[in-house]
Design a protein around this ligand. Structure first.
Ligand code: C2E
Ligand code: MG
Ligand code: MG
Length: 705
């Protein structure tokens, strides 16, 4: 046997190129492994595997041949084509095994260890088949120790690579890229180590003859190396672009998810308080009712309606109204248990759903606490809004089904409101009847407005001293088709609440002027007072409307008196003062009705362009018995006279009351003692009979005058 010549590395750039190729091939292969791992479609999985295996296998194979070209041979070295191709096949199969091991989802270690080892074995086989492609005589000699070490390095590299990859495949972003570089370096490094250890253990006899007639070693190394570089670089570019596109799609998906989330939010939440809305509440209620049925327990629905929130909302800025609603939402969420639900079902209406409440007493206690907290929170924190609530409670199953509980709780809240608000009521069956009756009234009233089923009745005001007629107050009556004459105390609040008051009020203005015109034409013009609602006072065109009605019937404006209640007129706003001023400019007289029931400020009263105040009848009724009432009436009269205002006493029913008022220097009197309110014809007859002096009590007045 001739002495062996061990292969010696001559071209170091080729070594570097081969190592780089090994790294690049593994790095690209890992990109494919990730896609195989993440693909859900089996066809896509197989496609990625095929492309990845060819890329990686070719890369490994090219590594080998570039590495082989780094050596110097003591003979003209060329490869035999068939064996060369076989080694390529081994490289691709090695890649298949490694990729399969890397992308396997099975938890068992054998499932990936076996193909990982197989991949290593096939890479070793590729190396030696590639070396054998030189086809030399005498045969190549290998140093078994080196072969063993080289093989062990390759196997360990293969297993380590797969193990590392199984960690990186679930990582994201930077850490994944770092892991991927490390993994590629491990596999590429072990491949290069295996190759050069293998090469170092490969020996040729000095008289070796190479029978390979196919491809020259350096030509193949260069060509394959270059081709593999281009191929792998293209693959890398492709996968990078794809990854970018994927990232962008994910980002887009993310913003789409956000939009979806926002849409979901506005669909199911109240925009001001952020609380769930009616949709969510109804759904939760249905589920809670089903749970209560199964467990045989009770649940309660609590309806919270803020008292006079519209006034709060209108008289302040938007943010004040919203601040109030958020404050109430926070109070409600604080009061209920974590398992209960709070919802906002529109504006100032809130709902609570409380499960397992036994007989509902707990719900009553909660309602009480809410009322107390809302009432007191305004005095505790200066920025907490001043607000009270009317609260209604309905309990399942006694008060209704899932479809009627909310309506019934709301009816109970209305009843609490009718009681003056700032409290709670449990639902009672009759409340629905009341609600129904109210709806019926409203329906009838609308029809009444359309048909003009109204009348003005007149109640005289008399001079306290002379007893002479000083004019009349026009009091509205509704002639209901079935119920007969209905008092304004019944239908005015309803008309104010449902926006009918302006239509009715306009009719009153015109009718009063028409009646004055008719009386004037008949020979006696009486001064008439009409009552104005706060809703009319808020209209900027009220003065114009009154002026037009006066002009239409050619009435001297000073003959019309406009009465407004103290609380309406004292709404201490610039706008109200401005409206009153405009009414005064028209020339009508202004009178403050029900004086003593509101909280007038003296300075404000001085600034107001009013002529008259009417002492409320609640001070007159007890005048004979109550020293206190007498003192109040005296004070009011003195105050009014100091401000040069005329004083009318309302609700005078007895001679004694009349005498006291006369003694206190009251200017005018009105009440059943003189006459009730009557239709216009009757009023005329009454005045005429008075003039012919047949009337007993008027007669006594005339004497006193
Ligand atoms: P008001 O303006 O204070 O009218 C006086 C009320 O006391 C009238 O009731 C009158 O009939 C009643 N009354 C008069 N004398 C006596 C008496 O000696 N004893 C007792 N117990 N009551 C007496 P009415 O007609 O039921 O009107 C109630 C309220 O309805 C009025 O109070 C007024 O605020 C309002 N109102 C009446 N007509 C109109 C109207 O055309 N428009 C508006 N917005 N409100 C009106
Ligand atoms: Mg009045
Ligand atoms: Mg009054």
């Amino acid at each position: 046997m001739n002495a062996a010549a061990w292969i010696v590395v001559r071209h170091w750039p080729a070594v570097a190129a081969s190592a780089l190729l090994a790294f690049l091939a593994t790095y690209v292969a890992l990109e494919f492994a990730l896609r195989i791992y993440r693909a859900t479609d089996p066809v896509a999985k197989r496609l990625w595997l095929a492309v990845g295996a060819v890329a990686m296998g070719s890369g490994l194979w090219a590594t080998h041949f570039v590495g082989m070209s780094a050596a110097g041979y003591p003979f003209q070295a060329a490869y035999e084509t068939g064996t060369t191709l076989a080694s390529w096949g081994c490289g691709v199969l090695a890649a298949v095994a490694v990729l399969v091991a890397a992308a396997r989802r099975d938890a068992g270690r054998v499932a990936w260890l076996a193909p990982a080892l197989l991949g290593g074995v096939l890479a070793i086989v590729m190396h030696y088949v590639g070396t054998e492609a030189l086809v030399v005589v005498p045969a190549v000699r290998y140093d078994p120790r080196f072969v063993a070490v080289a093989s062990l390095v390759m196997l360990a590299g293969s297993v380590g690579t797969v193990a590392l990859f199984r960690v990186l495949r679930d990582a994201d972003g930077r850490s994944r890229t770092r892991l991927q570089v490390g993994t590629a370096a491990l596999f590429g490094g072990s491949l290069a180590a295996m190759h050069y250890l293998g090469m170092a253990s490969t020996g040729f006899a000095v008289d070796t003859v190479c029978l390979g007639r196919g491809l020259d070693v350096s030509v193949l190394g260069g060509t394959v190396g270059f081709a593999a570089f281009v191929f792998l670089a293209t693959m890398l570019l492709m996968t990078t672009l794809e990854r970018r596109a994927d990232l962008r799609a994910k980002r887009l998906d993310g913003s789409l998810d956000r939009v979806r989330e926002e849409l979901r939010y506005v669909t199911f939440n109240d925009p001001v308080t952020g609380l769930p809305n009616r949709l969510v509440f109804q759904d939760r209620l249905k589920q809670a009712v089903a749970r209560a049925d199964r467990a045989g327990t009770s649940l309660a629905v609590v309806f919270v309606d803020l008292d006079d929130f519209k006034a709060v909302d209108h008289s302040w800025t938007d943010s004040h109204g919203e601040h109030t609603l958020r404050h109430v939402a926070a109070v409600l969420e604080d009061v209920v248990r974590a398992s209960d639900s709070v919802a906002n079902v529109g504006g100032d209406h809130f709902l609570l759903l409380m499960e397992k409440v036994d007989d509902g007493q707990i719900a009553g206690q909660v309602a009480e606490r809410i009322a107390t907290i809302l009432r007191s929170s305004c005095s505790l924190a200066s920025d907490a809004p001043r607000v009270t609530a009317s609260i209604g409670v309905s309990v399942y199953p006694v008060d209704g089904s899932s479809s009627t509980l909310v309506g019934n709780a709301s009816a109970a809240a209305r009843a609490a409101h009718a009681d003056g608000g700032n409290g709670y009521r449990f639902f009672e069956a009759r409340m629905n009847a009341e609600a129904h009756a109210k709806a019926q009234w409203l329906d009838d009233l609308r029809r009444g407005v359309e048909r003009g089923d109204f009348e003005l009745h007149y109640q005289p005001k008399v001079h306290a001293r002379s007893g002479r007629i000083a004019g009349a107050e026009a009091l509205l009556r509704w002639r209901h088709p079935e119920r007969g004459l209905v008092s304004p105390a019944v239908f005015i609040p309803l008309a104010e609440q449902y926006g009918l008051i302006n239509a009715i009020g306009s009719w009153v203005i015109d009718e009063a002027c028409r009646q004055m015109g008719a009386w004037r034409d008949a020979g006696t013009l009486h001064r008439i007072a009409i009552n104005l609602s706060v809703h009319q006072l808020r209209r900027p065109d009220l003065a114009d409307e009154i002026a037009r009605a006066l002009a239409r019937h050619a009435i001297d404006p000073s003959y019309l008196v406009c009465e407004m209640t103290e609380s309406d007129a004292m709404d201490d706003s610039v706008a109200t003062l401005d409206r009153l001023e405009r009414l005064r400019t028209v020339g009508v007289q202004l009178s403050i009705d029900d004086f003593g029931t509101g909280y007038s400020s003296l300075s404000y009263l001085r600034r107001m362009p009013v002529r008259q105040i009417k002492i409320d009848q609640s001070f007159i009724g007890d005048l004979e018995r109550s020293d206190e009432d007498r003192s109040i009436v005296r004070a009011i009269i003195e105050l009014a006279h100091a401000l040069r205002l005329e004083v009318v006493a309302e609700g005078v029913e007895t001679d004694a009351q009349r005498d006291i008022l006369q003694a206190l220097d009251c200017d005018k009197l009105q009440g059943y003692l003189f006459a009730r309110s009557v239709p216009p014809d009757e009023f005329v007859r009454f005045v005429q009979s008075l003039a012919s002096s047949g009337d007993a009590f008027m007669g006594s007045l005339l004497e006193a005058a």
